[in-house]
Design a protein. Structure first.
Ligand code: UDP
Ligand code: MG
Length: 310
């Protein structure tokens, strides 16, 4: 029986890339022997012609091409989740539509899954060419930090581009959390993953939807979603400062008993009060970040809303 490979493709303002992507995958189709392809294009609320391009592909190849269109932009994580849910294949791959994830790697990835006991073949970039140096620097720092403070391993340079078995996809789908950080989720579910290295590819068309600020927020989300270490820091700072000030009070009382009470040190008192107040706000902010996550999680809203599907 021929097996089926589902290709999940999140798209956000990608009208130029969509047909190029389809063409590129069709070109390597011959190398995937005995495999039937199934495309799931997810239109993540783009208002350009992305949906029209998907509809055109679907008309031309109704047996293999499917698409889902969201009611608004829900973000790539939501689009990935939706695609994994819709996919029916024995194998599922998630790919960016901008051809930064080379389809030419698919035959090798498939070969590995079929001939070994790996459950997943991931890809990682060995270099970050074409990226601003400051961004690479912060990216490296992020991976170092999160791997120190999280039990879940987040592989540096790993792309979302990966090929998974049905079993692993089902495991990912069982994690129905609202705050989705795929890099963590892929790793959290476990299974055996092999990483293939490849050189960074430039986008084929359009432009990236990430800027420095959005990447920064994304990394904070990653940390909050997969580590409770910031809470430990808050508790630690609180503990140290209360022990410290307890000792200081003791010192002052003893000094008063021996030397009387010259009223001095007003400025230093205010400074210390402000300092402690600042630390308290900082810790409260950390706690608030987690409460915010809990809040969105308990509201239990859908991760995405579908407007159209075929
Ligand atoms: N994307 C999406 N929703 C978003 C942002 C991006 O579905 O809100 C898609 C986008 O169309 C692309 C993939 O996610 O297929 C990766 O985005 P991008 O190329 O902008 O990121 P980069 O490759 O620069 O990390
Ligand atoms: Mg890209």
């Amino acid at each position: 029986m021929t097996k089926k490979l589902s290709i999940v493709v999140p798209c956000y303002f990608e009208e130029e890339s969509i047909p190029l992507f389809y063409k590129a995958v069709e070109e390597i189709k011959g190398q995937l022997n005995e495999i039937e392809l199934e495309y799931w294009f997810i239109n993540d609320g783009s208002t350009d012609n992305s949906l029209k391009e998907m509809q055109a592909l679907q008309k031309a190849d109704p047996e293999h091409v499917h698409y889902v269109s969201f009611s608004r932009n829900f973000g790539k994580e939501a689009a990935l989740y939706c695609g994994l849910k819709e996919a029916t294949g024995d194998y599922v791959t998630v790919m960016d539509v901008d051809l930064q994830d080379p389809p030419a790697m698919l035959p090798e990835m498939l070969e590995i899954l079929e001939t070994s006991d790996y459950d997943c073949v991931g890809t990682r970039r060995v270099d970050r060419t074409g990226e601003p140096p400051i961004r690479s620097f912060f990216a490296r720092m992020f991976y170092r930090l999160i791997n120190k403070i999280s039990d879940t391993e987040i592989v540096d340079g790993a792309r979302d581009y990966r090929l998974m078995t049905r079993q692993m996809v089902d495991a990912i789908l069982s994690m129905s959390e609202y705050n989705r950080f795929s890099k963590g989720i892929f790793s959290w579910v476990g299974f055996k993953t092999k990483y293939l290295n490849y050189e960074n590819q430039e986008r084929v068309a359009g432009q990236t939807s990430w800027n420095f600020w959005s990447l920064f927020k994304y990394s904070i989300d990653g940390i909050v979603n997969f580590s409770q270490f910031p809470l430990d820091i808050a508790a630690f700072i609180g503990f140290i400062s209360s022990v410290g000030s307890g000792l200081a009070i003791l010192f002052i009382v003893i000094r008063y008993l021996f030397h009387g009470d010259p009223t001095s040190g007003w400025a230093s008192t205010i400074c210390i009060m402000l300092f402690i107040g600042g630390i308290q706000l900082f810790c409260l902010g950390i706690v608030g970040k987690y409460i915010g996550k809990i809040f969105t999680e308990v509201k239990n809203r859908p991760v995405y809303i579908i407007k159209e599907k075929k």
